[in-house]
Design a protein around this ligand. Structure first.
Ligand SMILES: [Zn+2]
Ligand SMILES: [Zn+2]
Length: 431
């Protein structure tokens, strides 16, 4: 968690930013970044296509991990493999002393059969990079490639974190950001702040969106088991109909939530699965409801868990039925530290052009980057990947998802500026 002393440091940084005025890397560095990007972009796009053709599922990113490690080694970085099983880190030590900032990318793909008809579509049946993590990995490798050349100008260290299992480890396994952190990815050298991005098809390529504070929702899962009593379909009065109980519970959840939730603290509850019943002429004795709850605050999270309990209790009790609620607290909200945002948002604007960065309302999707942003200040932005002129494009997690590859150069530029500016801020603070 962020300590009061960290808050104090941020305040000092903020004052320095105000004192120093305009923000951003110097002109020569900005020129060198652009030059390095144009020098390497074709090979990075080739690498992204290779990753796209060879997607691997969460916590099974064996070949992807090997490829990333060999790329980082060839750049001369200090490489560590095997964190959270398939995670990789590359440490770039700058020419001048300073703190360590991190850039995090995720490695895993989804169990989706690709339907893009691209010449480089997935060769792995039923598995696809439909969340753009191939783009994230390519951007992080590209950023490392660019910054290696600028090593002497770097005041501190940059840790490139390649995380497995962002979409969630297989049932019963540990993985993802939480396991990487547990195994020490934020230590040795300790990470001061962490940056990440996600491709975003609602936004045109060349642009980015960012919001300070809670940016993405926390995601919890729940299951409600409603226990009635079976009977003949012709004699329902001899049983307790679990299907009727389930129908009432579903409707009560949605109507109660819409009437009780504050519009300034959004929450979404969806029940995606109902299982129950045996055949058409038997009164079902049990029905299981499975759903997800998305919230931006702890208050709402606790409130929804209570609401699910009270509704189930209120509906089952009068009829003599019973229920079990299993509420599983999952991913926390992604939190963009407001003080870090004050420092780095001008840097993002300076990299992409001030009219190309705009705010966004919190999104109800979830991301385990939250594990990082709960421990050290985080900066997480959404990178436009919609091709210029396109009105609607296939969404994330769909078989047709096809981000514009021009976003790779944009992402590398943004990441390089943010990392260098972040470190420069810390350096100035120490002067
Ligand atoms: Zn995803
Ligand atoms: Zn994703």
């Amino acid at each position: 968690m962020i300590t009061p002393s960290q808050r104090c440091r941020f305040f000092i940084i903020l004052m320095l930013v105000c004192t120093f005025g305009a923000w951003g890397v110097d002109k020569t560095t900005a020129y060198l970044i652009d030059e390095e990007i144009s020098r390497h972009i074709q090979e990075i796009i080739k690498l992204r296509r290779f990753l796209h053709m060879n997607p691997e599922l969460s916590q099974r990113e064996f070949e992807t991990s090997k490829l990333v490690a060999s790329q980082l080694l060839s750049m001369g970085l200090e490489v560590k493999t095997g964190t959270a099983k398939t995670g990789v880190t590359g440490l770039l030590r700058g020419g001048q002393p300073g703190v360590t900032i991190a850039l995090r990318a995720d490695l895993d793909a989804l169990p989706i059969q690709e339907a893009t008809a691209l010449p480089y579509q997935s060769l792995n049946p039923g598995v696809m990079h439909a969340c753009g993590h191939d783009i994230h990995t390519a951007i992080a490798l590209g950023t490392a490639q660019v910054l290696v050349r600028l090593k002497d100008r770097i005041r501190g260290n940059i840790k490139f974190i390649f995380q497995p299992g962002e979409e969630g480890p297989p049932a019963g396994e540990e993985g993802g950001a939480a396991l990487m952190i547990k195994e020490g990815v934020l230590d040795d050298p300790p990470v001061w702040a962490v940056i990440a991005l996600h491709v975003w098809p609602d936004v045109p390529v060349g642009r980015a969106i960012f919001t300070s504070g809670p940016a993405l929702a926390g995601a919890d899962g729940f299951e409600i088991l409603l226990k009635g009593r079976g009977a003949h379909g012709a004699r329902p009065y001899e049983g307790i109909d679990a299907i009727v109980l389930a129908s009432q519970v579903v409707l009560a959840i949605h109507s109660t939530l819409s009437r009780t939730n504050r519009p300034d603290d959004p929450a979404v509850v969806s029940i995606g699965k109902i299982q129950g019943g045996v055949r058409s002429n038997i009164i079902a004795d049990e029905v299981r409801l499975s759903g997800t709850a998305r919230t931006l605050s702890e208050v709402n999270r606790t409130r929804i868990e209570r609401l699910l309990y009270d509704i189930s209790d209120g509906i089952t009790k009068p009829l003599g039925a019973q229920f079990e609620l299993h509420y599983n607290r999952g991913t926390l909200p992604v939190y963009n530290h407001p003080d870090l945002a004050d420092i780095l948002l001008p840097s993002l604007r300076s990299a992409l052009g001030k009219n190309n960065v705009s705010p966004h309302p919190p999104q109800m999707v979830a991301e385990d980057f939250s594990e990082f942003s709960q421990r050290v200040p985080g900066f997480y932005f959404l990178l436009g990947v919609r091709p210029a002129g396109a009105q609607a494009v296939p969404p994330l997690h769909s078989p047709g998802f096809n981000p514009d590859e021009k976003s790779i150069a944009v992402g590398i530029k943004a990441a390089a500026h943010l990392l260098l500016d972040g470190l420069a801020t810390q350096h100035r603070m120490k002067d």
